[in-house]
Design a protein around this ligand. Structure first.
Ligand code: HEM
Length: 196
């Protein structure tokens, strides 16, 4: 029987003497940059004339099927990343294996990379659409997701972040990706069918 060892990742490390005081100011620039990215994607998606074509379906029956499966892969990667974060921060009473940090980073990277060809098709071939509630929520979540992701990546190397900073940004990115999956892949699988 393994005795759960206290997780080495009990939240952000204690500040060394002389280290900058934790303050919200350190989050301002990452949040601002994230906001600019989200708005820029929304404006582009609104102004750009949809081309109807962007990337080939790569062996799938069509672009919607390809995007729905890639988004499902990104969703599963995000679930692994969120679960590893909960273990790292001691929210799940599970002994944290030494490789949990690596799993957290790589599951996040793979999830993010899988969204790129999908979002490229959405923005370039389809653009942002606000004519139907599902598609409007989806389009806004898509822009918000990249904004939050940008803010998290810019905040990561910063010292003196408020303790809740990274978990909050990570949680928002995860929630946005879940919302994207529900408003697209789940719609596709339940409307068109679970087809490749
Ligand atoms: C960046 C901003 C984004 C915009 C403006 C956008 C917009 C759209 C639009 C207008 C559609 C067509 C909806 C329909 O008529 O059914 C669509 C489909 C889709 N989008 Fe996006 N999207 C964005 C980002 C994303 C992201 C980040 C993902 C995945 C991580 C994603 C996944 C999908 C999938 C799987 C479909 C096909 C299923 C469907 O038609 O609903 N989108 N998107």
């Amino acid at each position: 029987m393994t005795i759960p060892q206290p997780s080495p990742f009990q939240g952000p490390p204690a500040l060394a003497p002389g280290a900058p005081r934790r303050s919200l100011v350190t989050l301002l620039l990452p949040l601002l940059a994230g906001g600019v990215v989200a708005v820029a994607l929304g404006v582009y998606g609104g102004l750009h004339t949809p081309t109807g074509f962007a990337v080939g379906p790569a062996g799938f029956s069509g672009p919607l099927a390809m995007k729905s499966w890639l988004t499902t892969g990104a969703f599963l990667g995000a679930v692994v990343q969120m679960t590893s974060a909960l273990i790292m921060y001691g929210r799940l009473k599970v002994a944290a294996p030494a490789w949990i940090g690596t799993l957290h980073r790589w599951s996040g990277r793979i999830a993010f990379v899988l969204t790129i060809p999908v979002a490229f098709h959405c923005l370039y071939a389809l653009g942002a659409r606000y004519d139907e509630p599902r598609v409007m929520i989806h389009s806004l979540l898509g822009c918000f997701f990249y904004g939050v992701f940008t803010a998290k990546m810019l905040a990561l190397p910063k010292r003196g972040l408020p303790g809740w900073g990274l978990p909050a940004l990570g949680g928002l990115a995860f929630t946005a990706l879940v919302g994207l999956w529900l408003t697209s892949s789940l719609w596709f699988f339940t409307t068109i069918g679970v087809t490749l």
